[in-house]
Write a new protein. Sequence first.
Lengths: 360, 239
Amino acid sequence: MSIDSPYTLLTAVTLAVIAPGVLAFAWDRGRIAGRIALVTLVVLTASGAAALQVNHLTATYPSWSALFGGPADDDPAGDAPAGGSILDAGAGKGRLATYQVPGPVSGMNMPLKVYLPAAYFTPEGQRLRFPVIQALHGYPGTPDYWMRRLDAVRHLDREITAGRMAPTVVLFPYQTPDGLVDTECTDLAGGPRAETYLTTDVRRWASENLRVRTDRTGWGLIGYSAGGFCATNLAVRHPDLYTAAASLSGGAEPGIKIGDGSEKTTNNIGWQLAHRPPPPVSLYLAWAADDGWARKAGQRVRRLAKSPTVVDTATVPRGGHTSSVWKQMEAPAFDWLSAHLAGPAPAGPPASTGPPAWPT
Amino acid sequence: MSLTSRSLIALTLLLAAVVAVVTVRWWRLRGRWRPPVRAAGLLVFEILVLAGIGLIVNRTENFYPSWQDLVEDDTTTVATTAPTPTGRLDTRLTTGPAVSWTPPETAQWHLHSPPTVVVPAAYRRYADRAFPVIAVLTTADRAAAARTRAESAADVLTVIVVPTRTTTAAGLSVLPGRLAADLRAAGTGWAVVADPAYTTLARQWQSLAPTRFRTVTGTFDDALAAAPPPLRAPVRLPS
C-alpha cells in the first residue's frame, strides 16, 4: 500500500478507532508498563492517522521510501506521441520522468521530475529547442503535489493539444534536501542553497541534457503558495535568466528567516520593486478573493511594479489557500506563461539528441 | 460560527476538556458500561484535540477561510476561454503575403509611405490562432530587404514602418491597437526591430505599450527567435 493510498488512510483511521477500545478493555488488567504501552498506542495511532491525512494533503512524503530518507518512487512514462508539423505536433500525451540532478555549484543533489511534451519526440520536434517552465511546489510539499493534487500533466497535455500553449518542457524540481526545512528557494545562510541549485545547477543540467532553449526569453517560472513566492522572487532577482513568472497564491516575502536578513531586502519582492531598478519581467499573480494573505501580497506587488515590469492579475471568487484554487488557476497560468515565452526554436548545434537515459 | 473564529477554537478545546473530565470521572464506572464509556470518551477526546489543532493551524495559515471551502472541493472552473480571435482584414488577405496597410490613422503617423504588412502562410491555415508581431522601423531603401526577410518568417506577422523626421512615438501609439483589430495579432510578445537611426523612437514606442512590446532589437533574427508561438485564445480567469 502506498503512503498516499486511501486504503492506507482507512487502515490508519481504523487502528486509531480500535486503539481506545483496546485501552478501555485492557486497562484494568495491565500494570504500569502495560498501561503506558496502551496510552502510547492510542497517541501513536491517532497522530499517525492525522499525519497521513496531512501528508495526503501536502504530498510532503510521496512514498514510504521518501519518509524514511530514501528516494521517491518514479512515475511511469507515458506513451510515445504521434508525429506532425510543429503547429500540429502538440496533440498527444507528454512523458513524465525522473532524473537525478547533481548540483556541483549548490551542493544539492536532488531528483527532478521532467515533463516532456509529445512534440519533443516527433521528427519535427527533434530539430527544435523547447521553452522551459520551472514549476515550484509549496511548503510543506514536494514536486509530487503537482502530479497528485494538481494533475499538472493532464492540464499540460490538454492545453498543448488545444493549441493554447506551445509544446514546453516543464521541470518540477525539489526546493529543499530536507522536507522539514523550508528554503523558499533562497540560499539559506549556513543551510541548503536552493536558489543556486534552481537557477544554476538545474538550469545547466537541463540545457546540457535536454533540447531546451537556453536564452532568457525561453525560460519561465510557476509556483503555488510558497512556490508562488519562489517563482516571482527568482524572476525579479534573475531577469537575465527568466522572462516571466506565474504565482498562484504566492506571497510578496518569504515566510522564513534566511539568516542574513535578506528576507527584508533582497529576498523581499516588495522591497526589490520599491528600491531597485524595475526588472524587465512579466508577472502573473493569481489569488482567491477570500485568501487575504495572498490577495494583499498580490495587490502590493501590482502597486509597486513599474515599467518595464509588467503585472497581470487574476482572481477566483473563493477557495482559500487550497489545491481546489490552484487547480482552477493552473491552466490559465500555463497559457499566460506560454504567451509570454518564446516558442520552440530550431536547434543549433545539438547539446543533446534526446532525453537522458530513461528514467534514472 | 466562522471556521477561522477564535470562539470555534475555544469551544472545541473547551469541549475536549469537558470530555476529558467526564471520562476521568467515569473511568471507574461499575458494570458493563465501563469499557464503552472509556473508549468513547477517549475517542471523542482525541477527535476534539486533533480538531482543535487543525483549527488553530487553519486559522494561522488561512487554508480554508470558510465552511464552504472545507466541505466542497470546488474545482468548478470559473475560467473562460477567450473568444476566438478575428481580424477585420482576415477575409481580404487572399492575395500575396505582403499588403499595403492603410487604416484611417495612416496620415497621422507621418510616415514615408503606408505600412506594409507581411502575413505568413500559416496565418490563413490556422485561422483560430493569434500571431506575434514584429514591427520593423527602417528606411525607405531598406524596406524591400526587410520585406524579403519577413516573407521567409513562418509564424509572425510583420509590419514594416518607414518613419520620417516628423514621426513620433506618441503618433504611432495607436498603431498596435489598430493592427490588433485588423489582424489576428497576439496581445503580447511583440518586438520592434529598429535601424540604428530609429532606436530612440523604438524605445519610446515600446515604453508607451510595455505590455505589448517585449523587446527592441536591431536584427530581425533576434526578434524572431524571441517571438512566442501562434496560439489559440487562452483560458482566462477574471482579472
